[in-house]
Write a protein that binds this ligand. Sequence first.
Ligand SMILES: NC(=O)c1ccc[n+]([C@@H]2O[C@H](COP(=O)([O-])OP(=O)(O)OC[C@H]3O[C@@H](n4cnc5c(N)ncnc54)[C@H](O)[C@@H]3O)[C@@H](O)[C@H]2O)c1
Length: 259
Amino acid sequence: MSHPLFDLSGQKALVTGAGRGIGATLALGLAQAGADVAIADIDLAPADEGRRAIEALERRCTLIEADVTDRAGAERMVAEASAALGGLTILVNNAGTNVRKTMAEVTEEDWDRVLDLNLKSLFFITRRAGDEMKKAGGGKVINMASLMGWSVFRNPHGQTYGPYASSKGGVIALTRSFAIEWAKENIQVNAICPTFIETPLTQPLLEDPAVSGAICARTPMGRFGRMEELIGPCVFLASAASNLVTGESLLVDGGWHAG
Ligand SMILES: NC(=O)c1ccc[n+]([C@@H]2O[C@H](COP(=O)([O-])OP(=O)(O)OC[C@H]3O[C@@H](n4cnc5c(N)ncnc54)[C@H](O)[C@@H]3O)[C@@H](O)[C@H]2O)c1
């Protein structure tokens, strides 16, 4: 029998970038723990499979097409999720991207695209979601950061993913600010910092033997993570089991930062 502290029955979750990849896996994981889920994505084409899997669990699921970098659209996304689910108590800020270039190659457009999606959008979405959580008496925000918000990895091509690392470092700081300001509102705000996970986003890395070899050599566990390995941390941070945890950025990194 599962522990009641991890039971998400009655909780209402919005997961951004949940059409595919980590977001889709976390949306299903939250539903498996009992939550109703809104799947938001700029591209809903692959999302129907996720919706069907969630509905098969007899949980409510709604699909919302939204570009999270469009402030008005993102705030409308939060309102739509809350209207469809009957409130909002969990937000997973997952939509994100990377640009794999050296610092010399990064353009202003690259910088704006990565920072707008990975960092700026989180600020407006979280602030709007907080309004809904306050109405509900509290809530949980989970921001998808990265181990690269903690330290920089130089791959064999000399790239350090500068805009990405900057955005994820910003997510860790933003997580702390919201956590402190909302600590007395019963809203816990935390981040998950995964190692390299096998997803469509990292497919080019997996297919590059020099890069994937360097990542595996650097990781004590000697491998990339699997999307399913993020469900446990996410359910923990979405549940009453983590009620005293806020402002934390949880490394889920196969031992990367242990040494
Ligand atoms: N894959 C990894 O190794 C890894 C490691 C650490 C952190 N992360 C983070 O996890 C998150 C998910 O990564 P992933 O590997 O699943 O990526 P992915 O590219 O496979 O999926 C990202 C999803 O976000 C959606 N999206 C993109 N732009 C959007 C926008 N403007 N509005 C709404 N949705 C948008 C995409 O359509 C896609 O469904 C990202 O924040 C990423 O930085 C990933």
